[in-house]
Design a protein around this ligand. Structure first.
Ligand code: CP
Length: 304
């Protein structure tokens, strides 16, 4: 069976833990994996801008001994510009590459690609829908810092409507016990009802907050996100809820601050040196999670 990564919803608690253990092993012994996917070629097709996801995936391939082919800015430089569909692009690329990493504005892009592909598809962000590999590294970072995920209290902030990392994160958090989630956003960016219903179904307490004061002081994780201005018409103004030194001073010394990045002002640089500000470390973990995902995609988790 092909090991696509399409949605956070495909993971079980066990498969998550296996990936996290693999990522930790890679992080501790990177040289052990340096030839694991020798001879494999991975295509990266990014129809939307990216710094972290694309470059960490490409680094992951290289660190595992594989090779990368890519189209710089696929939306303007690939044959989609001439009217080719994503499915046709995949039908062609699978003749050249052994796996395909795709970021696209269409929420169905990854599943569409997988429906015609005989090589693994890795979803690097599908419109406002999902960003599963980001949520996997977010969860990994929480587990690394906290030791466990059961019982975690997470505040999600920013753009809860168009923030695809949020949607994937919620699905993964729902796999664990006694999780509490608090949402703080401007009214136009509140968590859509479908996700609130999903959390209710999973017996996860979701609390809508109106200010930082409504978030418990001993919250484990504050997960902020950027307003995804590129995904909607109009201007709903800037983020109101900014995590800065003063705000963070009200929270526990064990509260960690995460952000998928890029940030656009919602986290002030004045907390960057605070040991609770882990967003750059979080981005660093993306490399190990994506190395793990590639090993799994090629069934190479076990290295002799
Ligand atoms: N977090 C994230 O997806 O960042 P990039 O857009 O830079 O890939």
């Amino acid at each position: 069976m092909l090991r696509h990564v399409l949605s956070a919803g495909q993971y079980t608690r066990q498969s998550l833990e296996e990936l996290f253990d693999l990522a930790s092993n890679i992080k501790a012994n990177p040289e052990k994996y340096s030839k694991s996917i020798e001879g494999k070629i991975v295509a990266t097709m990014f129809y939307e801008p990216s710094t972290r996801t694309r470059l960490s995936f490409e680094t992951a391939v290289l660190r595992l001994g594989g090779q990368v082919i890519s189209t710089e800015n696929a939306s303007s430089n690939s044959s989609v510009k001439k009217g080719e569909t994503l499915k046709d692009t995949v039908r062609v690329l699978q003749n050249y590459a052994d796996a395909i990493v795709i970021r696209h504005s269409d929420v169905n892009s990854a599943t569409d690609a997988a429906s015609v592909s005989r090589v693994p598809i890795l979803n690097a962000g599908s419109g406002k829908g999902e960003h599963p590999t980001q949520a996997l590294l977010d969860m990994y970072t929480i587990r690394e810092k906290r030791g466990k995920i059961d019982g975690v209290k997470v505040a999600i902030l920013g753009d809860l409507v168009y923030g695809r990392t949020i949607h994937s994160l919620i699905k993964l958090l729902a796999l664990y016990n006694d999780v509490e989630i608090y949402g703080l956003s401007k009214k136009d960016f509140m968590l859509p009802q479908e996700y609130i219903d999903f959390l209710k179904e999973k017996n996860i307490n979701y609390t809508i907050c109106n200010s930082f004061n409504d978030i418990p002081k001993d919250i484990d994780v504050m997960y902020h996100t950027r307003i995804q201005q590129e995904r909607f018409e109009g201007d709903f103004g800037k983020e109101e809820y900014i995590i800065n030194k003063e705000v963070l001073s009200n929270f526990s010394e064990n509260t960690i601050v995460l952000h998928p990045l890029p940030r656009t002002g919602e986290i002030s640089e004045d907390i960057d040196d605070d040991p609770r500000a882990l967003y750059f470390e979080q981005a660093g973990n993306g490399l190990y999670i994506r190395m793990g995902l590639l090993l799994q995609a090629f069934n190479k988790e076990v290295v002799e």
